[in-house]
Design a binder for this molecule. Structure first.
Ligand SMILES: Cc1cc2nc3c(=O)[nH]c(=O)nc-3n(C[C@H](O)[C@H](O)[C@H](O)COP(=O)(O)O)c2cc1C
Ligand code: SF4
Length: 487
């Protein structure tokens, strides 16, 4: 299948036809015919669980901009993005973006860093968001703002955008060769892991001082926290058994509770995964990658390098360990959970379904609606199993003009507690606020999943919506991106 055989949602004129299209694909995505306005809209209902109160059901997902300074401070572009997060009207800001706990753990040389010298500008970023939020919603009551703390592990690139400096937990037969790691490339020692855990404690103490409501201990997308969960082949204290693979989480939580006792703790989890995908070499040309195909092979079975997948059939999900992990979160009294899937590096169609691939990706191997349905269904199952957790769902942007109808139905039917918006926020932050206020939807501002916000950073440029946001469209970076895309 290539992109041409996928129906472009921008051409689907109304909800009835969209629902017909879902039926033709045999997808059980809930979708309401009519949008309700506040106070009746399910999207505008307050959520209360224990001590946590969130003023509506709209969440902004974390999204890095690759636009910080070399020493990890935000720039004007970062301030602008956080202001736009505030403009969304969302009462849950999940981390805003991944902020590294150490220089070595940065995913790119422009990622924000938690350090004494960045505290004042990070505080400003948060304050700008709150001020904008108050303008739109009239109040900051029920607004919860977190900071996503990360170490990029295997995907660290702290010093130059074209120089990968991976910190790995185990040798991965597919990703190591893709990254050209020599056979003697070192794995992190237990002692080095201990130092990283302390970095998380220090970073959380700073976040608390700055007034953030919670920190997210990131466990998704192939970064370090997520890699721990699949460290089956690692020996020592942090690999092998489920208990060992979750020791990192438990030690981070324990330390945070002692240095920042009032701070909330949350986890974003890639709950399911699959094997890495590559463009089909037989259907690729110099100018265009072929459709994605999974990397498989008899010698890889049982597959021992994944989490949330079936080791005997690693393209299939297996929720056994994700369920164990969510039970552990409950034991640790962590209530806020954000569910996502896969990784933007090795299976982007799973993580952020898109019609157009990023420059290091491949043509969609499936209708991207299947990717949306996969994440929604996985989230529904886990929500049913864990009614007391507050669960945020991901990967709604591909729904485009019908996102509000699906979001409203998903909340109303209890598939999820909060609808998290990623790429859509880059183009049209107010989409769900408008939709639940009875305002007309501005179709020209809808994200069409062109993936430039991923292609740009893959080529050392800041992330942003180059096609639809004039701030990026008219920038010098846009000219450079257009040259790069023509190569
Ligand atoms: C430009 C960009 C940056 C992202 N940065 C982060 C990040 O810092 N942390 C994270 O957990 N997810 C990150 N994501 C993933 C999104 O949070 C989200 O899971 C994904 O885009 C799918 O949601 P969507 O369909 O609404 O875009 C990023 C996505 C994009 C497009
Ligand atoms: S570049 Fe803009 S339209 Fe394309 S995926 Fe990103 S946010 Fe959406």
């Amino acid at each position: 299948m290539n992109a041409l055989s996928i129906l472009r949602l921008g051409s689907v004129k109304d909800v009835a036809r969209f629902k017909g299209h879902l039926r033709s694909l045999n997808l059980a995505i809930p979708c309401d015919d009519e949008l309700l306005s506040a106070p009746d809209s399910p999207l505008r209902k307050t959520l209360t669980r224990g001590q946590i109160e969130i003023g509506n059901r709209i969440a902004v997902q974390p999204m890095e901009g690759w636009d910080g300074t070399a020493d990890g401070s935000p720039t004007e572009a970062t301030f602008r993005r956080w202001q736009r997060f505030g403009r969304s009207g969302a009462k849950l800001i999940w981390g805003g973006e991944a902020v590294a706990v150490s220089h070595e753990g940065r995913a790119n040389p422009n990622q924000l860093l938690t350090a004494e010298h960045t505290t004042a500008p990070i505080a400003r970023m948060r304050a700008l968001l709150v001020a904008e939020h108050q303008k739109v919603t009239g109040s900051d009551a029920g607004l919860l703002i977190g900071l996503q703390l990360t170490h990029s592990g295997r995907f660290s690139r702290p010093n130059a955008h074209d120089r990968s400096e991976p910190r790995i937990l185990y040798r991965h037969p597919l990703l190591d060769s893709r990254m050209h790691l020599p056979p003697d490339y070192p794995v992190l020692t237990d002692g080095e892991i201990g130092a990283i855990i302390e970095d998380f404690h220090r970073a959380a103490a700073l976040a608390w001082k700055l007034g953030f409501d919670f920190v997210d201990i990131k466990h998704c997308h192939g970064y370090l926290g997520h890699e721990f969960l699949s460290a089956h082949v690692r020996s020592g204290n942090y690999g092998g058994s489920f208990e060992n693979r979750t020791r990192f989480l438990r030690e981070v939580v324990q330390g945070i509770r002692s240095v920042a006792p009032g701070l909330g703790i949350a986890v974003r989890l890639s709950a399911v995964d699959t094997v890495p995908f590559i463009p089909d070499p037989g259907r690729s040309s110099n100018r265009k990658p072929g459709p994605g195909i999974p990397v498989t092979g008899e010698e890889l079975i049982p597959y021992r390098w994944g989490f949330g997948l079936n080791p005997l059939a690693p393209q299939e999900e297996d929720l056994t360990e994700p369920i164990q992990f969510l039970s552990l979160l409950e034991e640790l009294e962590i209530r806020l959970v954000n569910l996502t899937a896969g990784s933007p590096y090795y299976n982007p169609h799973v993580q952020r379904p898109a019609l157009y691939p990023p420059s290091d990706g491949y043509q969609p191997p499936e209708d991207p609606l299947i990717g949306v349905a996969r994440q929604m269904e996985m989230t529904r199952k886990l929500k049913q199993r864990f009614p007391n957790l507050i669960i945020v769902g991901s990967a709604y942007s591909y729904l485009q003009d019908f996102l509000p109808h699906v979001a409203q139905a998903a909340i109303r039917e209890g598939w999820v507690d909060m609808v998290g918006l990623g790429r859509m926020v880059l183009t049209y932050p107010e989409l769900l606020w408008d939709a639940s206020s009875g305002e007309p939807i501005q179709h020209k501002r809808i994200c069409r999943t062109f993936s430039d916000c991923t292609t740009a950073p893959r080529n050392g440029l800041p992330s942003g919506c180059y096609p639809l946001d004039a701030y990026y469209r008219d920038s010098e970076a846009a000219q450079r991106l257009s040259v790069l895309k023509k190569r």
